[in-house]
Ligand binder design. Structure first.
Ligand code: ZN
Length: 485
């Protein structure tokens, strides 16, 4: 049996300037193995409906919200999927629509649908019939001489994305419970998981009889072997896939597992059947973007180290991606003293590998939004910087320009090595979202605050670098010849 694994796929089209990934390459890899072995299955180990630039776009009068990915996964021949934390970013009805549109199976051992007063499995709906997503999914495979083997799947999701419409049970206890119910009825049990690697290691220790743990959530590839249990995670955006092969000896009650990481680079062709779907959705997105002044296919950064947009980084400290955005805002605004950028504007939760296109920038900053500049009294600036630091870990964590530093020895903020004076007036540029007062714990940051003395007025037109932070980044890179140190 061949299980082809991808996980954390946010993009239907190839990334890295077209050189890597994309669901059409995933489809080709499946076909390659399917030609040699009819018992070949494609598994998605969570995180594929969000975040995506498509989430801010409309089609047929509705938000797209992962519809493009479900169509691409259907075309690529996906067999089985598990929920990742990001599947619950979208609204309840949108997720139910995506489940209905999926031609593949789902398995969910510890994530359930919470509705008024009851908790039940998520389901596909056919007319009035409900087809519930199982806590354990079982399938039969047959070899050339007709011997049948049964494989059971457990599906585990990290309970981190708390939404009103989702209920989680404990991942480890649920997995053990489902394993016990499966183990005597099947020849091999696989756990498809979307959780942190440390929890996969605990799972392998708790259930040493698992034939494999096929996981996601980390974005860079992972491989661990705990006892006999191999844990595999491929690179995000299908830059690679794991090929997990099982040799099942039914009479001897034995499973041999071998794993191989396959890079989905230019050597893997784009499957034409799947590519029709990719091109359809790419055209829909391009029409949307052209209308707001972007050319998605244009290269923005030719040469640079990979840019880090992972939430585990950007919501805790500055990265080369946040520094690029802040520098671009600084260049776009009229000589600000301080630039403030809320890390929650970055929604890519991924590492961008150059060449980076305008499309990559749009997916990094899907909301866009303009730049505002105000004159602000120092006491408000200090209060805002303090709160930005206290927001560490959420989208209200603030990044700022290099002239600003926090002096930990004296617990004070410095601007160009001089303490920020509560009484002095500073020119502060920020995203327009920040100035609405809607950012976490920053409700006071809005134009009516008496410590904001004036708001700089500009004439916004499409393409103006202050009209959209993404246009600011484009101008900034154009001025630098598309290369980043
Ligand atoms: Zn995840």
């Amino acid at each position: 049996v061949v299980l082809i694994q991808v996980n954390d796929v946010y993009e239907i089209a190839p990334v890295s300037g077209g050189r890597e990934g994309g669901m059409a390459r995933v489809a080709s890899l499946k076909k390659e193995f399917l030609a040699k072995n009819p018992n070949t299955f494609l598994l998605m180990a969570g995180d594929f409906l969000s975040p995506s630039v498509f989430n801010s776009l409309q089609f047929e009068g509705k938000s797209i919200r992962g519809r493009q990915m479900v169509e691409a996964m259907n075309a690529a021949g996906t067999n089985l999927a598990v929920f990742g934390n990001h599947e619950f970013d979208i609204r309840e009805q949108e997720l139910m629509d995506r489940i209905n549109e999926s031609a593949f199976e789902w398995v969910a051992s510890n994530a359930f649908h919470k509705t008024a007063g009851k908790v039940e499995p998520f389901y596909k709906k056919f007319g009035r019939k409900k087809d519930e997503i199982q806590q354990a999914f079982t399938m039969e495979v047959k070899d050339a001489d007709g011997t049948i083997a049964k494989i059971g799947f457990i599906g585990i999701t990290i309970p981190s994305n708390r939404q009103d419409y989702v209920n989680y049970t404990d991942p480890l206890r649920s997995a053990k419970h489902i394993y016990d119910s499966l183990k005597n009825n099947v020849d091999a049990v696989i756990a498809i998981t979307h959780q942190e690697i440390k929890d996969d290691i605990l799972l392998a220790k708790a259930i040493p009889g698992l034939a494999a743990i096929i996981g996601g959530h980390e974005h860079d590839m992972r491989y661990e072997k705990v006892g006999k249990v191999q844990i595999t995670k491929a690179h995000a955006n299908a830059r690679s896939a794991y090929v997990v092969k099982l040799k099942i000896k039914t009479k001897r009650d034995k499973v041999n597992t071998s794993t191989e990481l396959r890079y989905l680079d230019e050597k893997i062709p784009l499957d034409s059947h799947t590519n029709v779907v990719i091109e359809k959705w790419t055209a829909i997105a391009s029409r949307n973007f052209a209308s707001i002044g972007f050319d998605p296919s244009k290269v923005l950064i030719k040469k640079s180290v990979p840019l880090d947009g992972r939430e585990t980084e950007t919501r805790f400290r500055s990265t080369n991606l946040t520094r690029l955005i802040v520098s671009a805002m600084e260049a776009a605004a009229p000589q600000p003293d301080v630039v403030l950028f809320n890390s929650g504007s970055i929604r890519i939760d991924d590492i961008i590998h150059p060449p980076m296109t305008q499309y990559d920038l749009i997916r990094a900053l899907p909301f866009g939004g303009g730049i505002q500049q105000v004159e602000m009294r120092g006491n408000l600036l200090i209060k805002t910087l303090d709160q930005g630091m206290n927001n560490r870990g959420n989208g209200g964590f603030l990044l700022y320009n290099e002239a600003v530093k926090y002096d930990t020895s004296k617990n004070r903020w410095l601007l160009k090595e001089t303490p920020i004076d509560p009484e002095q007036i500073y020119k502060v540029a920020m995203t327009d979202y920040l100035l609405t007062g809607r950012e976490t714990n920053l409700a006071y940051l809005e134009p009516k605050n008496t410590d904001i003395l004036s708001v700089y007025r500009y004439q916004p037109h499409i393409g103006h670098p202050m009209s959209d932070i993404r246009q600011a980044v484009i101008r900034y890179m154009e001025a630098r010849g598309f290369e980043l140190e």
